[in-house]
Ligand binder design. Sequence first.
Ligand code: AMP
Length: 290
Amino acid sequence: MKVCNTKKEIRTVRDEFRAQGASVGLVPTMGYLHKGHIELVKQARATCDRVIATIFVNPTQFGPNEDLSSYPRDLERDFAMLQDEGVDAVFVPSPQDMYLLGSETVVETKRLSRILIGRIRPGHFQGVTTVVTKLFNICQPDYAYFGEKDYQQLQVIKRMVRDLDVPVEIKGVPTVREGDGLAMSSRNIMLTPEDRIAAVALSRALNAAEEMCVSQSVTARLLSNTIRSRLEEEPRADVQSVDIRDAETLTSIRGRIERSVVALIAVRFGSVLLIDQRVVTPSQVHLQKA
Ligand code: AMP
């Protein structure tokens, strides 16, 4: 596995792959890898001739009071995990190499970046779309892999690629979970032991929502109230948001649920913000009865 610390180095590697006629899959990450990231790598490995992973804790997607400096890092462990999965090259740039002095150009999805998490974290998605565009331009992948765990991010990137005709195919990968249902996240390590136990509340609340959609016809309000009250049963959970949105456009849903929707939740435990999501599709039986 080649470790590239500069844009120049990864471009040379990319040129070699092109000369070999190989298809390239890209897996962008912020490091401190876990099985969720590795699932993206596995899917890339299964479909592409060459796999490039990137590790970059992107400063422009963190707000002034967010956890940029405390974001967990362990490069040696990350490299070993990527090597075990047969990754061909890993790109680990410095912020100075990524953002040249005087950088002033950004990429933004105007609506999608300002709703939901974009309201809680202003500027976050502009940082994401800008860095992902740069990674696409530097690595020029044929395919790029993103987790459904960061559901809004996945939709933002799909929209950006569509709107700007970026020549890459985006692949969404289902969320990998811990044994108790908590979505794997590099931030889970920052939870206190008590909060880690309590954090199961997120997946429990989403399970309740899904069961509800299977067994009866529901409105968006009933669904979001159910999720919120299940979350609030956990006293350690500081519920930031519960939203029921169209699964693709993330526009608000009112009234009875008649198409695929996504339930998006954001919950704080102490200073740690956890997110989770579930796509729910109303059963045909209940649609006909309604
Ligand atoms: P991050 O390092 O948190 O920026 O995540 C890098 C990529 O891994 C993103 O596309 C995430 O959506 C994805 N990812 C993170 N956690 C998981 C998970 N539990 N299951 C699947 N994908 C994940």
